[in-house]
Design a protein around this ligand. Structure first.
Ligand code: CA
Length: 239
């Protein structure tokens, strides 16, 4: 499993550094943000696994960041860092979709235990996919091939298979081109253009058409305008 990526949004430098150091020591990859503006940008970035979000922040407060984040990333795990006595904020935060909270002052040990508990739930929730149905055909992701009932077959490249696997594993949501680049290609978005994603999707779509010309599979991979792609209804998950 790759290292989990955590964003720490906290304006008090000493707390932010202390948290980041403790998380890095526990093996996590950490990005720090000192205010709500930078916090939202980092928290909404592709490939982030969890966000630690202070409520009292300059520029945009934590609850504002949370509400904005929920619009773009409805399921991204968030733990709120709250002050003692701010019960209203905690309740509001939980209602807005925060996953958990800790009350300051907290120990790094307690926080990391909570981080681990949430990541256990979210990062392993998706079972490994091996076989995917496409119309009347079958895609074997381990052997990287598409097989049709009449004996026709097509080979998938490693990237095409990984792309398909990622879309199917996240089939309940649209996945952005940036997220695909970072999760399938495994690199920052700087080196590669998002057009590379479009080219691979086009090739993959061509291979998912039935070989006898029995029609396209237009709904195997759905284009989500101005965003990215999503596994369509023609794809079904096998074992
Ligand atoms: Ca603060």
């Amino acid at each position: 499993m790759p290292k989990a990526r955590i964003v720490v949004v906290e304006d008090e430098a000493a707390i932010r550094r202390g948290l980041s150091d403790a998380l890095r020591l526990s093996g996590y990859e950490v990005t720090e943000a000192p205010d709500g503006g930078a916090g939202l940008r980092e928290a909404a970035a592709a490939g982030v696994d969890l966000v630690l979000l202070d409520i009292m922040l300059p520029r945009r407060d934590g609850l504002e960041v949370l509400s904005e984040l929920r619009r773009t990333n409805p399921t991204r795990p968030v733990i709120l860092l709250t002050a003692r006595g701010s019960e209203d904020d905690r309740v509001r935060g939980l209602k807005m979709g925060a996953d958990d909270y800790v009350v300051k002052p907290f120990s790094a040990k307690e926080l990391i235990a909570r981080v681990e508990a949430i990541l256990r739930r979210t990062m392993r929730a998706v079972p490994e996919v091996h076989l995917v149905g496409v119309g009347c055909g079958t895609i074997d992701l381990d052997r990287r091939e598409v097989r049709w009932p009449g004996g026709g077959r097509a080979d998938l490249s490693e990237t095409e298979a990984a792309l398909l696997k990622y879309l199917v594993s996240n089939r309940e949501r649209a996945v952005s081109r940036e997220e695909l680049l970072s999760r399938v290609w495994g690199i920052g978005t700087a080196g590669l253009e998002t057009r590379a994603v479009d080219m691979h999707v086009a090739r993959l779509r061509a291979k998912l058409k039935t070989p006898d010309g029995g029609g396209d599979q237009p709904d195997a991979i759905v284009t989500v305008r101005a965003h990215g792609y999503m596994a369509g209804p023609a794809l079904s998950v096998g074992r």
